[in-house]
Design a protein around this ligand. Structure first.
Ligand code: IPE
Ligand code: IPE
Ligand code: MG
Length: 233
């Protein structure tokens, strides 16, 4: 069975999950953390190499102040405080991608500590995308490449697809084989635009707080039944 090496997830539908129950949106985000736990466990057990979770997009900064504060402050700080020991013990290596500098100093410090603590771990590589967008990622790559050209380190003619790829987040890991999006929408919402060139897309109506190990297995089963051709016949 050809399991994916890298699974990426757009964890969507927390707000609607809470609305349906007459709860504030924040309650949906809180329960969503249980689903995060379940997919980390599921991916670790299935020996998936990389799991990338879209936790907060560049565009999500436009949400009401209290929701932004909860997502980029309390929830992530709490998650790192409560989960890191266990994740470290189970060999998870944590990486965070995105505009980390936009987060508050306390969270930045927690992220730096967690990445340092788990850097040598050999289990699941868990990537959290925070204040991330695909266009930001490509823009960063272009900016860095232009810097290299200006410094005379490379020539404009040296810029190939492979060269750009070297400057994109997670270039040292396998590209995502499978993207799962919960919550019923069928769009990419500015997630990993460069990396998804040949990623298999899987959309489910299940709202993120209801997505657990069974739903992960359903998605993996659909993935293994797909025929990936990469442009060949
Ligand atoms: C996903 O759930 C979590 C984030 C985007 C941070 P939403 O908050 O987008 O939930 P819905 O889509 O409004 O239901
Ligand atoms: C995508 O969900 C971002 C994350 C899950 C972090 P959104 O809820 O922000 O996406 P749209 O607005 O429906 O496209
Ligand atoms: Mg949403």
């Amino acid at each position: 069975m050809k399991m994916p090496h890298h699974v990426a997830i757009i964890m969507d539908g927390n707000g609607r999950w809470a609305n349906k129950r007459g709860l504030p949106r924040i309650a949906g985000h809180k329960i969503g953390l249980e689903s995060v736990r379940a997919v980390i466990k599921g991916c670790s057990e299935k020996k998936i190499e990389v799991l990338t979770l879209f936790a907060f997009s560049t565009e999500n900064w436009e949400r009401p102040k209290d929701e932004v504060g909860y997502l980029t402050g309390q929830l992530l700080v709490k998650a790192l405080e409560e989960e890191m020991d266990e994740l470290h013990k189970s060999g998870v290596q944590l990486r965070v991608i995105g505009e980390i500098w936009r987060l508050d100093n306390k969270l930045q410090q927690k992220i730096a500590d967690a990445q340092k603590l788990t850097a040598g771990n050999l289990g699941l590589k868990l990537v959290i995308a925070i204040s991330y967008s695909g266009r930001w990622d490509i823009t960063e790559a272009v900016r860095k490449l232009c810097g290299e050209v200006a410094a005379g380190k490379i020539k404009a003619d040296d810029i190939t697809t492979e060269k750009i790829g070297e400057y994109i987040s997670l270039h040292d890991l396998p590209e995502p084989d499978l993207l799962i999006r919960t919550g019923g929408e069928q769009r990419i919402s500015n997630f990993m635009l460069w990396q998804f060139a040949y990623t298999e897309l899987y959309f489910t109506d299940v709202l993120w707080p209801d997505f657990r190990e069974k739903e992960l297995v359903d998605a993996l089963n659909v993935y293994v039944s797909r025929d990936r051709r990469f442009g060949k016949c």
